[in-house]
Design a protein around this ligand. Structure first.
Ligand code: UDP
Ligand code: CA
Length: 293
């Protein structure tokens, strides 16, 4: 049956928990291998914690809730969204048991269209991290590609700026090369400047890549409409509902418009949740009623 695929994610709030269930279903429907999900416990709702053991049984996966206490000496974050971003990247060496050798982070609002086993087994050439570079084929967005000029252009010295919605962590390599310490040192220095790390979880590993090397994944591993053109959509192995800085379209609306399988997966997850919690499914939930970030 093959080696277990380990995937970790994080979610806070009703909308992202709804997305997370869809992400889980999309992973499972595209692989025959055993899957274990690791969820950062900090902001999960009681409802989600009630439903997830039932989902694990019904869909035959393992899961574990994990957390790590913010170190007293490390610069603190005040906003919830930034705390979440910090947990995506700052404690990878210490938040998982030492026996875990590899893990893939997947954003809660991502939909998987391929066997994640292929990514799990990929040779990332001895680097601790693997991320997909940002697409450059949606020309309309050129004005928003901040990494092509000024500070980032200088700093990157020809390396790509990668998107943080999906990444592989070779935990053995990561621990062996003290990548966690290196990232925390960069974080400690940069976070003192309020203008730095505006996309914390993405800016930090991209900034640190001369010290903590990144393997660049083939482009098809991460497609997101804002940055990638429609010409490459059919090859997408995963789709992230990444924010569009130009249109600022709400994510729920984008999900239905962009991802054909999304409404069915959503309905399946909502029916299952309602059954477990003993509630009715709101079948005709109006899009506009949903809240977004
Ligand atoms: N996230 C969350 N709640 C929030 C914001 C973010 O749980 O209010 C988590 C979630 O896993 C999400 C990830 O952080 O997928 C990254 O945020 P988001 O997808 O909104 O960023 P984008 O891809 O739009 O840049
Ligand atoms: Ca996302």
């Amino acid at each position: 049956q093959g080696k277990t695929i380990n995937i970790f994610s994080i979610a806070s709030g009703h909308l992202y928990e709804r997305f997370l269930k869809i992400m889980i279903l999309s992973v499972l429907k595209n692989t025959n291998r055993p899957v274990k999900f690791w969820f950062i416990k900090n902001y999960l709702s009681p409802q989600f914690k009630d439903v997830i053991p039932h989902m694990a049984q019904e869909y035959n996966f393992e899961y574990e809730l994990i957390t790590y206490k913010w170190p007293t000496w490390l610069h603190k974050q005040k906003e919830k969204q930034r705390i979440i971003w910090a947990y995506k990247i700052l404690f990878l060496d210490v938040i998982f048991p030492l026996s875990l050798e590899k893990v893939i982070f997947v954003d809660a609002d991502q939909i998987i269209r391929t066997d994640m086993g292929e990514l799990y087994d990929m040779d990332i050439k001895g680097r601790p991290l693997a991320y997909t570079p940002f697409c450059d084929n949606n020309r309309e967005m050129d004005g928003y590609r901040f990494w092509r000029q000024g500070f980032w252009k200088e700093h990157l010295r020809g390396r790509p700026y990668h998107i943080s919605a999906l990444y592989v962590v070779d935990l053995v390599k990561f621990r062996e090369t003290a990548a966690g310490d290196n990232l925390r040192v960069f974080y400690e220095t940069l976070s003192k400047d309020p203008n730095s790390l505006s996309n914390l979880d993405q800016d930090l590993p991209n900034y640190a890549q001369h010290t903590v090397p990144i393997f660049s994944l083939p482009q098809e591993w991460l497609w997101c409409e804002s940055w990638c053109g429609n010409a490459t959509k059919s090859k997408a192995k995963t789709i992230d509902l990444c924010n569009n800085p130009m249109t600022k379209e709400p994510k729920l609306q984008g999900a239905r418009r962009i991802v054909t399988e999304w409404p069915d997966l959503d309905l399946e997850a909502r029916k299952f949740t309602a059954k477990i919690l003993g509630e009715d499914v709101e079948l005709n939930e109006p899009v506009a009623a949903a809240t977004d970030k």
